[in-house]
Design a protein around this ligand. Structure first.
Ligand code: ADP
Ligand code: MG
Length: 309
């Protein structure tokens, strides 16, 4: 059983699954997102009454096991809305999500989440933060310590096990968040602008580190960002979103070699070309401050949703 539909979510001409055979529940894909739709109730502004805001519409995507997919789009286009739905932290108003063919109905340990900001437990040390999911899984103390040590080493934080989050730099905190998400061994990693709060140099280091870890662990990654460079450098495919309503504008195969590092990628001529393609897809993708009023489909009384094509 997936999310229930409230009203007919019309399939758009973009945002269709871009690979054949999307009709069965999982159909061999790790993640299947089908016709996701999210509507927010909004307060009235500029003398208008409250209405419904269509934040996500007809979002369909299939992700293969072990694939690294970036989702890029302007602020307010529904990236976090989408990720929260896939995480099971929010419930979609329409559409379905399958992971390994099983409908997602809430959060579970099959998905690791790394959010914007750091979201560490401030009262827990690095080690205790990393062990959080292992406690949820019921691992014994000795086993927890073994596993957490492995992931602390994987993100290069050896020697910092007993520090508290306030004693760490932004980049280190984000590495703890990644280690925490990886430690309980989810097959899917959901990342929402995880490197947005660190300086450019640290960001590149973390990107390289994430790619290294991904190659080592074979996770399936959905990585949300508003940065074109970041999206292209990391991913096998880039999903370009537009706002008002949040939807897929294009899905672009990156096709740059692996393993990659920032330095290698930036020097390759293919990078400039593919970056340009993503940039062009993003153009005309209105961000916040776009024609929101055109989407106030509810009106003062909050009538039925009906959006013009
Ligand atoms: P992004 O992560 O791409 O910046 P979000 O998913 O956070 O975008 O938000 C998408 C749109 O939905 C934005 O216009 C935002 O203002 C709106 N929105 C997000 N959450 C809510 C909410 N709880 N209530 C009303 N509107 C919301
Ligand atoms: Mg966001």
């Amino acid at each position: 059983m997936g999310f229930s539909f409230s009203g007919a979510a019309a399939r758009g001409d973009v945002g269709e699954s871009d690979r054949p055979g999307a009709d069965a529940g999982g159909d061999g894909y790790k993640i299947v997102l089908r016709d996701l739709r999210q509507v927010y109730r909004i307060r009235g502004v500029d003398g208008e009454g409250p209405g419904d805001f269509l934040a996500l519409e007809s979002f369909s995507l299939n992700v293969a096991a072990g694939e690294f997919v970036s989702i890029v789009g302007p602020s307010g286009c529904g990236k976090s809305t989408l990720l929260n739905i896939v995480a099971g932290l929010a419930r979609a108003d329409g559409g379905q999500i399958f992971i390994d063919g099983k409908a997602v109905t809430g959060p579970a340990l099959d998905r690791g989440i790394v959010m914007q900001g750091y979201a560490l437990f401030p009262w827990r040390t690095v080690r205790k933060n990393v062990e959080f999911g292992l406690e949820m899984k019921g691992l014994a103390a000795r086993e927890r310590k073994e596993v957490s040590q492995r992931f602390i080493e994987l993100v290069n934080l050896e020697g910092f096990e007993d520090r508290y989050p306030y004693e760490l730099s932004g980049g280190m905190k984000q590495r703890v968040a990644i280690a925490r998400a990886l430690a309980y061994d989810p097959e899917v990693l959901l990342m929402d602008e995880p490197f947005a709060a660190v300086d450019a140099q640290t960001r590149e280091m973390l990107q390289d580190e994430l790619m290294r870890i991904w190659e080592k662990t074979g996770k399936t990654i959905l990585f949300v960002t508003h940065g074109i460079d970041e999206a292209v450098i990391l991913a096998d495919r880039v999903v370009v979103m537009g706002a008002n309503p949040g939807r897929i504008r294009a899905v672009i195969d990156i096709g740059l070699g692996r393993p990659r590092t920032n330095q290698e990628i930036r020097l390759s001529p293919a990078y400039g070309e593919i970056r340009q393609r993503v940039w062009e897809s993003l153009q005309g993708a209105p961000g916040e401050g776009g024609p929101r009023l055109g989407l106030r489909v509810g009106g003062a009384k909050g009538g039925p949703l009906a959006r013009e094509a």
